[in-house]
Design a binder for this molecule. Sequence first.
Ligand SMILES: C[S@@+](CC[C@H](N)C(=O)[O-])C[C@H]1O[C@@H](n2cnc3c(N)ncnc32)[C@H](O)[C@@H]1O
Length: 253
Amino acid sequence: MNSSALEHVEPLAAGGTLADRQAGWTQAEAGIEIPRYLRKHYWAFYGHPLAVRVFERPWLVNLILWGWYRALGNAAVNEMGESLPGQSLQVACVYGDLTERLAERVPEGSRLDVVDVLPAQLANLRAKLKPGAPVRVMRMNSADLQFRDASYDRVLLFFLLHEMPVEVRIKTLSEALRVAKPGAKVVLVEFARPVPWHPLRFLWHPPLWFLEPFAPDLWRNPVETWLPPSHRDRIVSRETFFGGFYQKVVIEA
Ligand SMILES: C[S@@+](CC[C@H](N)C(=O)[O-])C[C@H]1O[C@@H](n2cnc3c(N)ncnc32)[C@H](O)[C@@H]1O
């Protein structure tokens, strides 16, 4: 647990560059480095100034997921709950309207927090949210969340783990479980191991292998592989979609 929990919500004091202040970063947010794997493998998708203009199109995101964006989004949102009282956390921004849909379920007096490490993604999300939406958007590394233990009533990771090297994936899962209240749901929507005859094993896995070098882990291993030992037997539900190509896994914190 980081002792500086929540200090990032304080406004940036003296220090930080002019660009940081103009971006509205707090002191802690300004000091966060962009992980090397993101720069190396995902800059064109998420970090480049043009990335948002290219990829923030529902039809394109849906196409990349072979028409499953809506169904998987529905599965995620419904698993989080019809109403989201208390504090909810979405770890990492997502193209499309997933966060807006979650925000619509947040009752008065409650809040959804979204963290991401890339400025372009945070700015894009802020622009998509309705004015006054009960959402707090913060710059943070998922492997080092600046929240106190047991802060959240539910946590969502939507297609995040397959983009991470193993050590970051392990830390991210352990952080998600740490900040969730005991008994809260941690919901994962991810790639999975498809049935042997699935045509996309031959059609889509090869380009994915090239474009997303850490993704094959998710179609070879169960999620337990990267969970802390304390939570390996705390998977409370597991659902697969599209012949096992995708999965939704719920872990009890
Ligand atoms: C959720 S994932 C993939 C989502 C999916 N492909 C989509 O957009 O529909 C993409 C996000 O994860 C973020 N991300 C990756 N590694 C991260 C980390 N260590 N900490 C915080 N955010 C991270 C990226 O900046 C990006 O915004």
